[in-house]
Ligand binder design. Structure first.
Ligand code: IMP
Length: 179
């Protein structure tokens, strides 16, 4: 694997596609074992999760539904601050098992906002599957049920993750070269 340059930054090889796929397979096996009777609805959070979701769901063999959402933030009144909105959810989710599919959990702020929105919709239970987790950066207490790999607090690209819009299409994961 070669170093890659995206705009003004250089990234070095970090996690190979083979290792990624092996880890995704293990995640899917756990989900298959845990949720076989739940008919879960997988809620794929775009954009970053598209590649992980495709690989994960090819290995998920239990009956399930899949839906793609986006999160949008806008500023409400000055008293309420930033409001997060979920776009694209058309399925009825009341009473269902929902599996949130995330590419990466960093501070956990995004995930917490999404879980708050889902809780208001009276789902039966929420499970979270994130391919990457940065434990040193994570500030929340919410349990991440399925994690592919834990990584240090570094900036990574590839496998759906971008730097300023670039790098999402790379099948391996690269880390910012700090040199
Ligand atoms: P959080 O709200 O801090 O957990 O951030 C989550 C979002 O930040 C992810 O869904 C990504 O879009 C982005 N993000 C966090 N860390 C990285 C990274 O290392 N590379 C690319 N995007 C990242």
């Amino acid at each position: 694997m070669q170093r890659v340059t995206l705009k003004d930054k250089t990234f070095v090889p970090y996690i190979t596609s083979d290792k990624i796929l092996a880890s995704v397979k293990v995640m899917a096996q756990k989900i298959n074992a845990d949720l076989s009777d739940d008919m879960p609805l997988f809620l794929v959070v775009l954009n970053g999760s598209f590649m992980f979701a495709a690989d994960l769901l090819k290995e998920v063999t239990i009956p399930c539904e899949i839906c793609f959402i986006k999160l949008a933030s806008y500023h409400g009144t000055s008293s309420t601050g930033t409001v997060t909105e979920m776009i694209g959810l058309t399925e009825e989710i009341k009473g269902r098992t929902v599996v949130v599919v995330e590419d990466i959990v960093d501070t956990g702020i995004t995930l917490e906002k999404l879980v708050t929105l889902l809780t208001k919709k009276e789902v039966k239970q929420i499970k979270v599957a994130s391919f990457l987790l940065k434990p040193e950066a994570y500030t929340k207490t919410l349990k991440i049920d399925y994690v592919g790999m834990e990584i240090p607090n570094e900036f990574v690209v590839g496998y759906g993750l971008d730097y300023d819009g670039l790098g999402r299409n790379m099948k391996d994961i690269f880390v910012l070269d700090k040199k």
